[in-house]
Design a binder for this molecule. Structure first.
Ligand code: SF4
Length: 124
Protein backbone atom coordinates (compact mmCIF):
# COMPACT_ATOMS: atom_id res chain seq x y z
CA UNK A 1 0.00 0.00 0.00
CA UNK A 2 1.09 3.61 -0.50
CA UNK A 3 1.28 5.52 2.76
CA UNK A 4 3.29 8.00 4.82
CA UNK A 5 6.41 6.65 6.51
CA UNK A 6 9.57 8.06 8.08
CA UNK A 7 12.57 8.50 5.79
CA UNK A 8 16.07 8.80 7.27
CA UNK A 9 18.77 10.60 5.27
CA UNK A 10 21.74 8.60 6.44
CA UNK A 11 24.26 11.19 5.25
CA UNK A 12 22.73 13.73 7.68
CA UNK A 13 22.44 11.35 10.66
CA UNK A 14 25.11 12.03 13.29
CA UNK A 15 24.22 8.96 15.34
CA UNK A 16 23.04 10.86 18.41
CA UNK A 17 20.18 8.38 18.98
CA UNK A 18 17.73 11.03 20.20
CA UNK A 19 15.03 9.85 17.76
CA UNK A 20 14.83 6.31 19.18
CA UNK A 21 12.80 7.06 22.32
CA UNK A 22 10.11 9.30 20.73
CA UNK A 23 9.27 6.44 18.37
CA UNK A 24 6.89 4.76 20.79
CA UNK A 25 6.35 1.85 18.42
CA UNK A 26 10.05 0.94 18.30
CA UNK A 27 10.42 1.30 14.52
CA UNK A 28 13.71 3.21 14.80
CA UNK A 29 16.88 1.62 16.13
CA UNK A 30 20.56 2.49 15.94
CA UNK A 31 22.44 0.25 13.50
CA UNK A 32 26.20 0.73 13.05
CA UNK A 33 25.96 4.23 14.47
CA UNK A 34 23.08 5.39 12.26
CA UNK A 35 19.33 5.58 12.85
CA UNK A 36 17.35 3.08 10.79
CA UNK A 37 13.69 2.18 10.39
CA UNK A 38 14.29 -1.47 11.19
CA UNK A 39 10.73 -2.68 10.60
CA UNK A 40 8.52 -0.56 8.36
CA UNK A 41 5.31 -2.12 9.71
CA UNK A 42 6.13 -0.55 13.11
CA UNK A 43 6.26 3.01 11.73
CA UNK A 44 2.86 4.69 11.82
CA UNK A 45 4.14 7.77 9.97
CA UNK A 46 3.05 10.15 12.75
CA UNK A 47 6.50 11.73 12.70
CA UNK A 48 7.10 12.57 16.34
CA UNK A 49 10.70 11.53 15.87
CA UNK A 50 11.18 14.38 13.38
CA UNK A 51 10.99 17.27 15.81
CA UNK A 52 13.80 15.95 17.99
CA UNK A 53 16.38 15.38 15.24
CA UNK A 54 19.08 18.08 15.47
CA UNK A 55 20.30 17.62 11.90
CA UNK A 56 17.11 17.43 9.84
CA UNK A 57 17.84 13.83 8.87
CA UNK A 58 14.24 12.73 9.39
CA UNK A 59 11.36 13.47 7.03
CA UNK A 60 8.03 11.90 6.17
CA UNK A 61 7.66 10.51 2.68
CA UNK A 62 4.78 8.88 0.85
CA UNK A 63 5.70 5.59 -0.79
CA UNK A 64 4.89 1.90 -1.02
CA UNK A 65 5.35 0.26 2.39
CA UNK A 66 3.77 -2.48 4.50
CA UNK A 67 0.70 -1.31 6.42
CA UNK A 68 1.23 -0.16 10.01
CA UNK A 69 0.76 -3.20 12.29
CA UNK A 70 -0.69 -1.98 15.58
CA UNK A 71 -0.45 -5.41 17.25
CA UNK A 72 3.21 -5.85 16.26
CA UNK A 73 3.91 -2.36 17.61
CA UNK A 74 2.23 -3.23 20.93
CA UNK A 75 4.35 -6.40 21.20
CA UNK A 76 7.53 -4.42 20.43
CA UNK A 77 6.65 -1.78 23.04
CA UNK A 78 6.05 -4.50 25.66
CA UNK A 79 9.39 -6.18 24.78
CA UNK A 80 11.57 -3.11 25.04
CA UNK A 81 9.83 -1.51 28.03
CA UNK A 82 9.52 2.16 28.75
CA UNK A 83 12.02 4.50 27.07
CA UNK A 84 11.61 8.06 28.12
CA UNK A 85 13.22 11.32 27.07
CA UNK A 86 11.39 14.41 28.25
CA UNK A 87 10.03 16.39 25.29
CA UNK A 88 9.95 20.19 25.24
CA UNK A 89 7.83 22.96 23.74
CA UNK A 90 9.49 24.17 20.53
CA UNK A 91 8.47 27.78 21.33
CA UNK A 92 9.42 28.29 25.00
CA UNK A 93 11.36 25.04 25.62
CA UNK A 94 9.49 24.16 28.81
CA UNK A 95 9.44 20.40 29.43
CA UNK A 96 6.45 18.08 29.64
CA UNK A 97 7.15 17.54 33.34
CA UNK A 98 6.15 21.17 33.90
CA UNK A 99 3.35 21.71 31.39
CA UNK A 100 1.09 19.67 29.10
CA UNK A 101 2.45 19.43 25.54
CA UNK A 102 0.41 18.89 22.39
CA UNK A 103 1.64 17.74 18.97
CA UNK A 104 1.51 20.12 16.03
CA UNK A 105 2.78 20.26 12.46
CA UNK A 106 4.52 23.29 10.99
CA UNK A 107 6.54 23.71 7.77
CA UNK A 108 6.84 19.95 7.33
CA UNK A 109 7.99 19.32 10.90
CA UNK A 110 6.31 17.47 13.77
CA UNK A 111 6.72 19.63 16.86
CA UNK A 112 5.51 19.86 20.44
CA UNK A 113 3.83 22.98 21.79
CA UNK A 114 2.84 23.69 25.40
CA UNK A 115 -0.62 24.82 26.42
CA UNK A 116 0.70 28.32 27.22
CA UNK A 117 2.24 28.85 23.78
CA UNK A 118 -0.58 27.23 21.79
CA UNK A 119 -2.91 30.29 21.82
CA UNK A 120 -0.04 32.40 20.45
CA UNK A 121 0.30 29.95 17.54
CA UNK A 122 -3.44 29.97 16.88
CA UNK A 123 -4.03 33.72 17.14
CA UNK A 124 -0.61 35.04 16.15
S1 SF4 B 1 17.93 12.23 15.91
FE1 SF4 B 1 18.59 12.56 13.74
S2 SF4 B 1 20.84 12.68 13.88
FE2 SF4 B 1 20.13 11.74 15.82
S3 SF4 B 1 20.21 9.49 15.42
FE3 SF4 B 1 18.11 10.18 14.90
S4 SF4 B 1 18.19 10.61 12.67
FE4 SF4 B 1 20.32 10.52 13.41
Amino acid sequence: MERQIVHIREELCNGCGVCVAPCAEGAIEMVNGKARVVREELCDGAGFCIGVCPTGALTIETREAPAFDEHAAERKMAERGAMYIEQTCHVCHVGEESRVLLPCRSSGQSLWVCTRCLPQLIHG
